[in-house]
Design a protein around this ligand. Structure first.
Ligand code: GUN
Ligand code: ZN
Length: 448
């Protein structure tokens, strides 16, 4: 997959979708939530499995023997001992931060001011936005990420750029214009009215087009006045099927700042709740330092949380409580470029390590579920993506479980499938990604 970049997007948005194709290999899918039910009741592994793709969707899953016998004439790709899974779903990213990933030495607010805001300023140029959007899609597809939910910048053109790039590749993607009307530099602030108008226009242009969805996106309470939050809450009332994404309780000094900026608010969550920005379809990134009231209200409202473990250690934010996954929708994300990797395998590894520090070891089935169905569920798209099941969109990743000498020698010792998968979770990266299928089409650069 390392030669990916030279291919770029294919010309047609849905390559090969009208064909039927049978993929053979090990398969993994879920029949339930491994944070609610015992993982071994809901995670289904087949060592000689098969996935039948037809017209961009999964038509059937089963054993290789069953599906070969039922479809003798179909074109077959045999991936041998490689693992066929739903493609990874990255539930919280900032594609405009692609070029500043791994910037040294700052905590959240200083990191935003030193690295992020100057870079986001460059997205006033549509050509730059298009260049980074294309780069982001190609980098992450090479990691097996078939869907993502991204913040753009305040510039409407930055939303057009990422939707156009995703559309050209046939991907299911969520994106929104980041709204900020205070505490951001000149050139990176909108207003109450322009945030509303630009968001409404982008929503009208893109929401529901192909596999694209608009997300209403106030960056976070410190950079929006209560009036701007209220305007976006009003927009959400008019478009209740949209998601709304923002950040919540990421760092303690950020929370203290929110307290100063919103003295009347009960807590951080209340700054959103008071303006109509808490209900089903609300997707909060980080959510580390929550009060008991916030936890209870988030669960009651049916909101989603997104765990961003590489970011939370890289920026020094704290350790997410994975115990929340039993009470509400929790997804997993890289949070590029606060996060230090584009890889959902690296992100699963970080989630494991963060949970270990909290005394909550996560099973490989739970980690895999978070990166696929859990993230899809956080984005309220669990019926479309993030699992292998008939009728779901055929976004697939094929994973080599012996991609490097270090992984191969450990996997050779494995006792059973989960023990063989875990070294790839902990030590894998894009070298483990053997092929990627998007909407039933094999991405160029894959080995087949
Ligand atoms: N809080 C507000 N904006 C951001 C951002 O861009 N990244 C992270 N990690 N946290 C934020
Ligand atoms: Zn973020």
């Amino acid at each position: 997959m390392r030669i990916w970049a030279i291919y770029g997007p294919v010309a047609a948005p849905y390559p090969e979708t009208m064909t039927e194709h049978l993929l053979l290999g090990q398969t993994l899918h879920f029949t339930g939530d491994p944070f609610v039910a015992p993982w071994d009741h809901v995670a289904r592994h087949d060592s000689a499995g098969a996935v039948l793709i037809r017209d961009g969707k999964i038509a059937a899953i089963g054993t290789a023997a069953q599906l070969r016998a039922a479809h003798p004439a179909v074109e077959v790709t045999d991936y041998g001992r490689a693992l066929i899974s739903a493609g990874f779903v990255d539930a919280h990213v900032h594609y405009p931060q692609t070029a500043i990933i791994a910037s040294w030495g700052k905590r959240l607010i200083d990191w935003l001011n030193s690295y992020t805001f100057p870079e986001e300023m460059r997205f006033a140029d549509p050509a730059y936005a298009a260049q980074v959007a294309a780069r982001y899609c190609d980098l992450t597809l090479a990691q097996g990420t078939t869907s993502f939910c991204t913040y753009a910048t305040i510039h409407p053109g930055s939303v057009d750029a990422i939707f156009a790039a995703a559309q050209a590749r046939g991907q299911r993607v969520w994106a929104g214009k980041t709204c900020m009307d205070r505490n951001a530099p000149e050139g990176l602030r909108d207003s109450v009215q322009s945030a509303y108008d630009d968001s409404a226009a982008l929503l009208a242009r893109w929401h529901g087009v192909d596999r694209l969805s608009y997300v209403i996106t106030p960056r976070f309470a410190p950079t929006s006045t209560p009036e701007q939050l209220a305007a976006l809450g009003a927009l959400w009332v008019q478009h209740p099927d949209c998601l709304m994404q923002t950040h919540l309780s990421e760092q303690t000094d950020e929370i203290a700042w929110v307290h100063d900026l919103f003295p009347q608010a009960r807590d951080y969550l209340d700054t959103y709740e008071a303006q109509g920005l808490l209900r089903e379809g609300a997707v909060y990134g980080h959510a580390i330092h929550l009060t008991a009231r916030e936890r209870a209200r988030l669960a009651e409202a049916g909101a989603s949380l997104v765990h961003c473990p590489t970011s939370n250690t890289f920026i020094g934010s704290g350790l997410f409580d994975m115990g929340l996954a039993a009470r509400m929708r929790v997804g997993l994300a890289t949070d590029t470029g606060g996060g230090s990797s584009f890889s959902m395998l690296r992100t699963m590894a970080a989630a494991y390590e963060v949970a270990q520090l909290r005394g909550q070891p996560l099973h490989p089935a739970q980690l895999w579920w978070l990166a696929t169905q859990g993230s899809a569920r956080a984005l309220r798209a669990e019926h479309l993506i993030g699992n292998l099941a008939p009728g779901m969109e055929a976004d697939l990743v094929v994973i080599d479980l012996a991609a490097t000498p270090a992984i191969a020698q450990r996997a050779a010792r494995a006792e059973g499938f989960w023990d063989a998968l875990f070294p790839t979770i902990m030590m894998g990266d894009d070298r483990a990604v053997r092929a990627v299928w998007v909407a039933g089409g094999l991405r160029p650069g894959a080995q087949g």
